[in-house]
Design a protein around this ligand. Structure first.
Ligand SMILES: [Zn+2]
Ligand SMILES: [Zn+2]
Length: 234
């Protein structure tokens, strides 16, 4: 499936139910997440369709170490020579491909059903070297600046990123999802912590929100976050 333009310089690459994202800027291309294992060809074809080559991909940012996000990181790092980035808490999982932490389904019947289905078929992931362990608040000098925000709950090493372009673009990763509507992602290690992270994200200025699962929201995406997770406490 070809890449979908979200805003100038930003494309979604849908891989089944999960999204990878490609930032195209004068300093090269940046891939955010890598899909499930076996997604490398789909992603590289999307890169070529945009008139870029594998070697134009300079950075691979992993929002967290779940198999549907780090699944093709090892193959893509070898194919592109890109530098890899992840939060320190998830780095050992991405490097060793073991140590996945237990999760519980989010509230709702559908989340429970989908969670049980997914847990039955966790794919084997090849570990990948990590070049940069990214801390909360760090601004990566990529595409004009990507600010990392540590947002645990779904995953202890979950990072969201704020791209200060187009009125603010938030990469919310799996802190929440937008499958049928903006809501919980399917499962959390700690739901209350996930709620606090979502309230924190709602305080930021952004017009566009991109998700690991579901369609991007624009404009006024932060208004929707505030409405949904404002001051509420689980
Ligand atoms: Zn996840
Ligand atoms: Zn995911």
């Amino acid at each position: 499936m070809p890449a979908k333009l979200i805003v100038n310089g930003l494309y979604a690459i849908p891989i089944g139910p999960v999204n990878a994202f490609l930032l195209v800027s004068p300093d090269g291309c940046t891939l955010i997440d890598t899909g499930v294992p076996g997604s490398a060809n789909t992603i590289l074809q999307a890169v070529r369709d945009l008139g870029k080559s594998a070697r134009d991909v300079r950075h691979i940012i992993l929002t967290h170490a779940h198999p549907d996000h780090i699944g093709s990181a090892a193959v893509l790092k070898k194919a592109t020579g890109a530098e890899t980035y992840i939060h320190p808490l998830d780095a050992p999982i991405a490097m060793g491909s073991t140590g996945f932490r237990p999760m519980k389904p989010a509230p709702g019947l559908i989340n429970g059903l989908v969670f049980r289905l997914l847990m039955r078929s966790i794919p084997t992931v090849e570990g990948t070297p990590i070049d940069h362990q990214v801390q909360d608040g760090e601004v990566l000098p990529i595409a004009g600046g990507l600010t990392a925000i540590h947002v645990p709950g779904h995953c202890a090493g979950q990072l969201a990123f704020l791209w200060a372009q187009h009125g603010g673009v938030l990469f919310a990763a799996d802190t929440c999802s937008n499958m049928l509507h903006l809501g919980w992602t399917i499962a959390y290690e700690d739901l209350a912590e996930g709620q606090r992270s979502l309230s924190k994200l709602g305080q930021l200025d952004f017009q566009v929100a991109c998700f690991g699962h579901g369609k991007a929201i624009l404009p006024d995406a932060n208004v929707q976050f505030r409405k949904k997770w404002g001051e509420e406490v689980v």
